[in-house]
Structures are given as structure tokens and as C-alpha cells.
Design a binder for this molecule. Structure first.
Ligand SMILES: NC(=O)c1ccc[n+]([C@@H]2O[C@H](COP(=O)([O-])OP(=O)(O)OC[C@H]3O[C@@H](n4cnc5c(N)ncnc54)[C@H](OP(=O)(O)O)[C@@H]3O)[C@@H](O)[C@H]2O)c1
Length: 282
């Protein structure tokens, strides 16, 4: 990975931070994207003190709205003439309904629309830097998702588990279309369920939050959660693998719920409309 430019969203915490560390250990030039400058700086400093030769840049970028995500893409395009890897890791598990400035449900925005946008807006740069890869950090819970295009994007019928699952399902519905768009370009896209990992994802306030923190102690570490995303990002044997879903290290066919081509095409179009991006499905 010598000097290859690797962008990791949500790189300041949890699995993302462990991905940054692992890529830095492989001599990559890692672009740690954090929505909060201080949290990002702290992460960079801590990684540097353990790994002094690490080559890490901090880019502050928020994925909570269409405009902010576009700004992040523009910053990356301005700063990096080549981008070889994009890890769409940032994610949220909202425990209550929250709409962003576009009127979109926050999980839909951060978990689906933002990676969809980055994949489109950085695509030309990735193609020009090929061989290049995109890794989407997904979630096995997608099988519990139910996508209704009139409701899911806007948080109608919000449910703390089903809505999170549905936003991850949205992203996976688009995976075959994105893979087809990239076919033959030297850029691949794959998705991964990283395992059940002890991070701050989905922690709520109050007594239930404490209980959850206790339960999470028995879960795998962020470093363990980073293993398969980093493998997908770097393994030479996966150079040609495109459009696949990995449940941890096992390549797994997408469940039927994620194979609805008609729904996927409608979601693709809606995602373009919501973001004012033009991108054809090949
Ligand atoms: N943990 C698990 O068991 C598990 C299982 C399956 C899938 N996943 C997926 O793994 C990915 C990483 O999650 P994690 O478990 O490592 O959770 P985490 O520790 O909460 O980390 C999430 C990262 O995303 C960032 N983020 C959240 N909202 C953002 C926004 N609006 N703009 C930019 N960045 C934002 C967070 O930034 P802040 O630090 O500023 O909040 C943080 O860096 C997520 O996509 C998640 O859905 C996790």
C-alpha cells in the first residue's frame, strides 16, 4: 500500500480508526475523515504516538447533509490528485427519529446517501487512479430492513432497529448497480459486515445505555472489526472481485430482500434526484 491514498470516513473512532491504523501500518497515505476537528486531531495524535512513521492526513468532513457531503467530496478532489481507496465506514444508528436539513432521516443520509454520493462524486478520480477500490462497511442487520421509498428516506414509521437495517439495505440494493457502473474501469466496489463489534454505535443515554455498554464488553474489538474491511481493501487476490458482499470473511450472496432490481433502480434514481447528481447505470 506504499503511498497509496486511502480515504476512510469515520476514521476517528471505532472500526474506522482501526482501519486507519491498519492501513498506516502498511505504509499507505491515509486520509482520516472526521466530522469533528478535535476528535480527528486526537485520533491522529494517538495513532502517531503508537506508530510514529504513520502517514495520516486529517480532513474534516460531515456526512449529515447533501451539501456537506458534496463539500467533503470537493475538499478531497482539491487536495488529492490521486485516490486509490475509499472506505465508506462512517455510520450512525439513530435511536430516535432525526431529520437533517434536507428533511431526510439521519440514518438514511449517513448510511446510504453519503456513501452513494462519495462513490459518484469521487468516481472519476478513482478511475483515473486505477487500480482502485471502494469498500462499503455494511451491516448484517440489512436482512431486517424493509425499504419503502415513500417512507424510509424521510423517517416515516421510524423504528430504532428496522430503520437502521433499512438504511443499510438501501446501500446494498445499490451495490450491484454501482459494481456494473464500474465494471472494466479498474475500480471495484464491495461491501462487508464487519462482525459484532464493541464501539459506541447505537449507544443510548440512560440506564439502557449502561446495560448495553456492559453487554458490548463481550463483543469483538474494533481492531477485529477492521480485519475484513482492510483485507477487502488490500488483498491482491481480490483485485478483480467486484460487487460482492462479505459476511465477515465469507463471501455471501445477498439475501432476497437486497436483490429487488426494480426497487434498486427506483432507489438509484431517487438518490440521484435527492443529490442532484447525474450518473447513468450501465
Ligand atoms: N459496531 C458494530 O457491531 C457494527 C456492526 C455492523 C456494521 N457496523 C458499521 O460499521 C461502521 C463503523 O461503525 P462503528 O461501530 O465503528 O461505530 P462508531 O464507533 O460509532 O463510529 C462511527 C464513525 O462514523 C462517524 N460519523 C457518524 N456520523 C457522521 C457524520 N454525520 N459525518 C461524518 N462521520 C460521521 C463517527 O464520528 P463521531 O465519532 O464524530 O461520532 C465515527 O467516526 C458503521 O457504518 C456501522 O454501521 C458496525
Amino acid at each position: 500500500m506504499n503511498d497509496r491514498v486511502c480515504v476512510v470516513t469515520g476514521g476517528n473512532a471505532g472500526i474506522g480508526r482501526a482501519i486507519v491504523e491498519a492501513l498506516a501500518q502498511q505504509q499507505a497515505r491515509v486520509v482520516l475523515v472526521s466530522r469533528d476537528k478535535m476528535r480527528g486531531e486526537t485520533a491522529v495524535q494517538e495513532i502517531h504516538s503508537a506508530l510514529p512513521q504513520a502517514n495520516i492526513d486529517l480532513v474534516v468532513g460531515d456526512l449529515s447533509s447533501v451539501d456537506k457531503t458534496r463539500q467533503l467530496a470537493q475538499t478531497l478532489l482539491n487536495r488529492y490528485p490521486a485516490i486509490h481507496l475509499l472506505v465508506n465506514n462512517a455510520g450512525v444508528w439513530p435511536t430516535q427519529k432525526q431529520l437533517n436539513e434536507d428533511g431526510l432521516e439521519m440514518g438514511f443520509m449517513v448510511n446510504h446517501l453519503a456513501p452513494f454520493m462519495l462513490n459518484q462524486l469521487l468516481q472519476e478520480r478513482l478511475r483515473a487512479s486505477a487500480p482502485a477500490r471502494i469498500v462499503n462497511v455494511s451491516a448484517g442487520l440489512y436482512v431486517n430492513g424493509r425499504v419503502d421509498l415513500q417512507k424510509t428516506p424521510y423517517g416515516h414509521d421510524f423504528h430504532p432497529i428496522r430503520t437502521y437495517a433499512s438504511t443499510k439495505l438501501c446501500n446494498l440494493l445499490c451495490l450491484p448497480l454501482e459494481a456494473a457502473q464500474l465494471a472494466g474501469s479498474g475500480v471495484t466496489i464491495n461491501a462487508v459486515h464487519p462482525g459484532v463489534i464493541n464501539t459506541k454505535l447505537g449507544i443510548m443515554r440512560g440506564p439502557l445505555g449502561w446495560l448495553m455498554k456492559l453487554v458490548k464488553r463481550s463483543w469483538a474489538t474494533p481492531e477485529q472489526g477492521a480485519i475484513v474491511p482492510v483485507w477487502l481493501a488490500t488483498a491482491p487476490e481480490l483485485a478483480e472481485v467486484n460487487g460482492r458482499y462479505f459476511n465477515e470473511k465469507e463471501e455471501t450472496p445477498l439475501a432476497e430482500v437486497a436483490q429487488n432490481t426494480e426497487l434498486a433502480t427506483q432507489l438509484w434514481q431517487l438518490s440521484l434526484d435527492l443529490t442532484q447528481i447525474t450518473a447513468a447505470i450501465s
